[in-house]
Design a protein around this ligand. Structure first.
Ligand code: FMN
Length: 177
């Protein structure tokens, strides 16, 4: 495993991907990372829909007019769904699972990007969530938080600059304005 600090400094959102497929063992490790994520009251209130079919990816990329293009290009997309009937912390639980999957991918040298679906709208003004549910046959009781895109990077991204971190957002002992 890469040194964890080096991994999170180097991790950047990757939106352009090479044609190289992601091997099944890596796909399994990425999904396993989601399934390993902690959840409130151990509800494990997420579900993941993995998609690599080109036509379906093209359709999913139309879930919203801006910011969804990486879905069209990626080698693998994972829609992250919650279950509000199982937990009122589904957004938090799904977010942590999504981040785990992105970090596992980064550790495998695979780029990824979070495409927000919750609270976003399609070009026709309908919720992007409903569009994704329809494309993937997801019941309307399972809201879609995001679609994660994965693939080997076809772009160079600079690592984060640790000298420019917003340390003023950190307060020690008590909040100080
Ligand atoms: C909650 C959330 C929603 C995001 N939604 C999108 C999105 O819809 N489309 C997109 O291209 N990137 C999206 N991103 C990626 C951010 O734009 C990206 O993380 C941010 O610009 C920082 O860049 P970095 O990840 O390279 O450090 C999202 C990230 C988060 C955490």
């Amino acid at each position: 495993m890469t040194n964890f600090h080096d991994l999170i400094v180097a991790r950047r959102s990757i939106r352009n991907y090479t044609a190289e497929p992601i091997d099944p063992d890596s796909v399994k490790l990425i999904l396993e990372a989601g399934l390993l994520a902690p959840t409130s009251k151990s509800a494990r209130d997420w579900q993941f829909v993995a998609v690599d079919d080109k036509h379906t990816l093209e359709l999913l990329a139309q879930c919203k007019p801006l910011g969804a293009k990486p879905i069209e290009d990626c080698r693998l997309a994972i829609a992250v769904l919650g279950n509000p009937e199982l937990s009122d912390a589904w957004v938090e639980d799904c977010s942590i699972a999504a981040a785990f999957m992105q970090l596992q991918a980064a550790d495998l040298g695979i780029g990824s990007c979070w495409i927000q679906v919750r609270n976003r709208f399609s070009a026709d003004g309908n919720p992007a969530e409903e569009y994704v549910q329809q494309q993937l046959m997801i019941p309307d009781t399972l809201p879609v938080l995001c679609v994660l895109t994965f693939g080997y990077a076809a772009q160079e991204r600079k690592p984060q600059n640790v000298d420019k971190l917003l340390w003023e957002r950190v307060h020690i002992g008590q909040w100080k304005g």
